[in-house]
Write a protein that binds this ligand. Structure first.
Ligand code: NAG
Ligand code: NAG
Ligand code: NAG
Ligand code: NAG
Ligand code: NAG
Ligand code: NAG
Ligand code: NAG
Ligand code: NAG
Ligand code: NAG
Length: 464
């Protein structure tokens, strides 16, 4: 059996309604028998239509009315179209949908009403009759809420897009929708996630709550999301999370908590996320990550910790670091002392991390951790010193290794000044600020490069 598919693209030119109706019907006439072999698409987008055609061809399987000027959908606005699978009304000027507007579209799978700026309200019976609906798009409208029982008939609904509306909480309508797999709620004005907001969403695999105003997540809010794989929670106002916020989310592969105001990461947060591959904690104000936090993340591939207030990353915090393929640490005020020596070695061994800028100690400030040379005394790492040499404790400055190390670091920074002309003694004397204030004589400046070599040679000779 050959399946004949008429896919008719009709450019419905002005004057809109009459011509459009004629063109569409002529191409795919309403009077033809509705055989299963035939299907047709009505493509009447951008055709200046202010009202719906009185009739659509009965075997239409797709109707596209995007970018017209439709204002209003009456009851049974489309008649009875048993073959219709997709209906798109994006970018119109619809402000009211009469309850029962879609009655007669019993096989509709996808309904798109996005970008209708004046829809601020949906009646409980708006979607009556749409028993096969799988995908609904009401994003970028002007909705403040949707009624709790609006999806009562939509047992097959899997994907709801309602981003860019004005929701201040997660609509109760989604509660218990066990067949829902994708929920898009980004760019609303949601302020909190209540313990029951997401109850019963056992099939949910994708949840997007990014760019809301969420500052509170109640305990147990995500407890039913056992199949969740991708979770966007970035760019909200979170300062903390419940201790066991993500308990049970064993399928989670990507969690984005970037762009919040978290300061401490608790070891209890990620304990169950054994399949997590990508974790975003960037653009927070993290100062502290508890030891063991990443302990159970045995599938982790990428970790984003950039743009925080981290100064250190003790090795125990970080196990099992060896599972990682990519680690982002830039834009943090790292303290490049011996506690980060492991990271430097790890960077060198695996070449997976770059950009670990040092903010302190001052002798290495501005360097990348990869450039810092850690000195050793009796096999033990010695911290790079502070540059405020008048204040430097005598015992730190007394190890020649340390002085050499600071010097090399400064050479790399090209901030070395008069010290070079005058041996190590002058390191104890004067600060960098003084040197930069112009106390450096032209003569010394001119001899700078040879002086460096000379000094290093002298030092090595003395040392060996
Ligand atoms: C769209 O609808 C609103 C409210 O119904 C109206 O104020 C506005 O003028 C309409 N815009 C266009 C372009 O028709
Ligand atoms: C989910 O789908 C199943 C099978 O299609 C159906 O029996 C059930 O009622 C649906 N659940 C809900 C909450 O609609
Ligand atoms: C963060 O951790 C620090 C040090 O452990 C602690 O003093 C502080 O109270 C913690 N802050 C929060 C918000 O938990
Ligand atoms: C890691 O998983 C084990 C076993 O499931 C659990 O006992 C432990 O508490 C988890 N660690 C953390 C930090 O949650
Ligand atoms: C993080 O650093 C920023 C900028 O330096 C500062 O404004 C903020 O108070 C710091 N936050 C914490 C928790 O230390
Ligand atoms: C290094 O070890 C030697 C002998 O083991 C000891 O005398 C010396 O004090 C040690 N120096 C430092 C800086 O620990
Ligand atoms: C250097 O140390 C002195 C003496 O402790 C202190 O008064 C001064 O503020 C310090 N300067 C800097 C830049 O830390
Ligand atoms: C070098 O140090 C000596 C004393 O150690 C001092 O007399 C001399 O002025 C210093 N030179 C410069 C350029 O700082
Ligand atoms: C630096 O050392 C020189 C000579 O060693 C000395 O004359 C000068 O007073 C010292 N400057 C300071 C700020 O200690």
């Amino acid at each position: 059996m050959t399946v004949i598919t008429f896919t008719v693209s009709v450019l419905c030119l002005l004057p809109p309604a009459a011509l459009a109706r004629w063109a569409c019907e002529r191409a795919c006439p309403a009077s033809c028998s509705c055989t299963q072999e035939k299907s047709c698409s009505v493509l009447c987008d951008r055709s200046g239509m202010a009202e719906l055609p009185r009739e659509f061809p009965c075997e239409a399987s797709a109707i596209n009315l995007d970018k017209n000027s439709l204002k209003f959908l009456s009851e049974r606005a489309f008649g009875t179209l048993p073959a219709l699978k997709t209906l798109s009304l994006d970018h119109n000027n619809i402000s009211f949908i009469t309850p029962g507007a879609f009655k007669g579209l019993g096989n509709l799978v996808e309904l798109k009403i996005a970008n209708n700026d004046y829809i601020s309200y949906l009646h409980t019976r708006t979607f009556t009759g749409l028993k096969k609906l799988v995908r609904l798009d009401v994003s970028n409208c002007n909705l403040f809420n949707i009624p709790d029982r609006i999806f009562l008939e939509q047992a097959a609904l899997k994907e709801v897009r309602c981003f860019e509306n004005n929701f201040r909480r997660i609509p109760g309508a989604f509660r218990g929708m066990e067949n829902l797999t994708h929920l898009y709620l980004e760019r609303n004005k949601i302020e909190a996630v209540a313990y029951n907001s997401l109850l019963g969403l056992r099939g949910l695999r994708y949840l997007n709550l990014q760019e809301n105003l969420i500052n509170v997540i109640h305990d147990g809010s995500f407890q039913d999301l056992l199949r969740l794989e991708n979770f966007y929670f970035n760019d909200n106002l979170l300062t903390d999370l419940p201790r066991h916020a993500f308990r049970g989310l064993v399928r989670l592969k990507m969690l984005n908590l970037g762009g919040n105001q978290l300061t401490n990461v608790s070891r209890t947060w990620f304990g169950d996320l054994v399949e997590l591959e990508v974790l975003y904690l960037d653009r927070n104000q993290l100062v502290n990550i508890e030891e063991g936090t990443f302990q159970n993340l045995t599938s982790l591939i990428t970790l984003h910790l950039n743009s925080n207030n981290l100064t250190s990353l003790p090795f125990p915090v970080f196990q099992p670091v060896y599972f990682l393929a990519r680690l982002f640490l830039f834009r943090n005020p790292w303290a490049c002392d011996c506690s980060l020596e492991w990271l430097k070695q790890w960077m060198e061994s695996y070449k997976l991390v770059r950009d670990v800028p040092c903010a302190s100690p001052s002798s290495v400030a501005g360097l990348d951790l990869g450039e810092v040379v850690f000195a050793r005394a009796n096999g033990t790492c010695v911290d790079p010193g502070e540059l405020n040499l008048t204040a430097a404790p005598a015992d730190v400055a007394s190890t020649t290794e340390n002085r050499f190390n600071s010097l090399i670091s400064k050479l790399l920074q090209q901030e070395i000044r008069e010290e070079l002309g005058n041996g190590t003694e002058s390191l104890r004397n004067g600060t960098l600020a003084e040197a930069e204030d112009g106390q450096l004589s032209a003569g010394v400046r001119g001899q700078r490069a040879p002086a460096v070599l000379c000094f290093v040679a002298v030092w090595l000779a003395r040392c060996t």
